[in-house]
Design a protein around this ligand. Structure first.
Ligand code: DHB
Ligand code: FE
Length: 284
C-alpha cells in the first residue's frame, strides 16, 4: 500500500493508492485474452470513436487536448477512479442480468481485502471521537428462497463523516470503518457504525479537470460498500444509499438503484439511527 504521508488528501495520493490496490488484485489473475474477442471489442470501440469525430467535426486542437488529458490521467494515477466512476456501472449492470438476489452495484476503487474479522454483532474499527451520526446497520443473509445462510460473511467499507476512506486518505487508522463481519448461525448481523458523508471524487487531478471542463459536479451520494458471501452461493458486491440524501438522484458514478436505498429510523434508545437490510444470495 502506498505510504500516504502528505497532510492533505490529494488526487495524486489517493490515485496512486487506488492504482496500487488494483494492481495487487489483478496480479492474482492469469486468464489469457481471447484474440477474437479483443479484435471485436477494440475494433467496435475505435469505430465508435471515429464516428464521433466525424459527427462532431473534432479538430486537431480538441484531439491534442484529449491526448494531453489522457496522459495526465495516467500521471495522476486516476485510471481506477475514472473507470470506476464512468464505466464500471455498465459492466455491473451486465453482470447482474443473470442474478435474482440482492441487486449489486459498483465496487469502486477503495476495497481492501482482509479487513479485521468481527463477530455478528460488532462495532466497526473507528476512532474514539469518530464524527457522524451513529448507525446500527442490521439484517439477515439468506438464499434467494429465504433460507438462512449460517456464518455468511459481510465485508463492509465506507467513507467517514468527511467523505474519506482509510488507506486512501492521510491520517486515518489503517482499518478505520472497514470490517469483515461473520454473521451468526441464522445469517444475522448487527453492525454499529456511523453514517458516511457524501463522497467527492478528487478534483485536483485529471478527473477534476474533466468535471470542470464539462460543467458536471464531482459528488457521489453517501453510501456503504458491501461484499456479502456464503458457502455455495455467489458473492454480491453492492452499495447502500440513504433516502433523501444529497446526490442520490444525481450520482456522478450512476451506481444508485431504487432497491439499494435505505430508510433509517431514529433508534428507540436515542443512540442514533438504525436500519435493517436483508441480503439474498444466488446459488453458485
Ligand atoms: C469512486 C469512489 C467511490 O467511493 C466509489 O464508491 C466509486 C468510485 C471513485 O473515486 O472513482
Ligand atoms: Fe465509495
Amino acid at each position: 500500500m502506498t505510504d500516504i504521508t502528505t497532510e492533505k488528501a490529494t488526487a495524486a495520493a489517493s490515485g496512486a493508492a487506488a492504482t496500487e490496490q488494483f494492481r495487487s488484485k489483478q496480479q492474482a489473475r492469469t486468464a489469457e485474452a481471447d484474440t477474437q474477442r479483443v479484435d471485436t471489442l477494440v475494433t467496435e470501440l475505435l469505430t465508435a470513436t471515429h464516428d464521433i469525430i466525424r459527427r462532431h467535426q473534432v479538430t486537431y486542437a480538441e484531439y491534442d487536448a484529449l491526448k494531453a488529458w489522457l496522459i495526465r490521467v495516467g500521471e495522476d494515477g486516476e485510471w481506477p477512479l475514472f473507470l470506476d466512476v464512468w464505466v464500471e456501472h455498465t459492466v455491473e449492470e451486465v453482470a447482474g442480468e443473470v442474478r435474482e438476489g440482492t441487486k449489486g452495484s459498483i465496487e469502486g476503487p477503495y476495497y481492501v481485502p482482509d479487513a479485521p474479522i468481527l463477530p455478528a454483532e460488532s462495532t466497526l474499527p473507528m476512532r474514539e471521537d469518530e464524527a457522524g451520526t451513529p448507525l446500527l446497520f442490521q439484517g439477515q443473509v439468506t438464499g434467494v428462497g429465504g433460507s438462512p445462510l449460517p456464518a455468511a460473511k459481510v465485508e463492509i467499507w465506507q467513507a467517514d463523516d468527511d467523505g474519506y476512506y482509510s488507506q486512501f486518505a492521510p491520517g486515518l487508522p489503517e482499518w478505520n470503518l472497514r470490517g469483515t463481519v461473520i454473521a451468526d448461525e441464522s445469517g444475522n448481523f448487527r453492525i454499529h457504525t456511523i453514517q458516511p458523508a457524501p463522497y467527492q471524487i478528487p478534483t485536483d487531478g485529471a478527473c477534476g479537470q474533466l468535471i470542470r471542463a464539462a460543467g458536471w459536479h464531482p459528488w457521489r451520494p453517501a453510501h456503504l460498500h458491501l461484499k456479502v458471501s456464503a458457502p455455495g452461493h455467489q458473492l454480491i458486491t453492492t452499495q447502500l444509499y440513504f433516502t433523501g440524501g444529497e446526490y442520490v438522484d444525481d450520482d456522478i458514478a450512476s451506481a444508485v438503484k431504487p432497491e439499494l436505498i435505505l430508510s433509517p429510523t431514529v433508534a428507540g434508545d436515542g443512540s442514533g439511527n438504525e436500519v435493517t437490510y436483508d441480503f439474498a444470495l444466488d446459488r453458485a
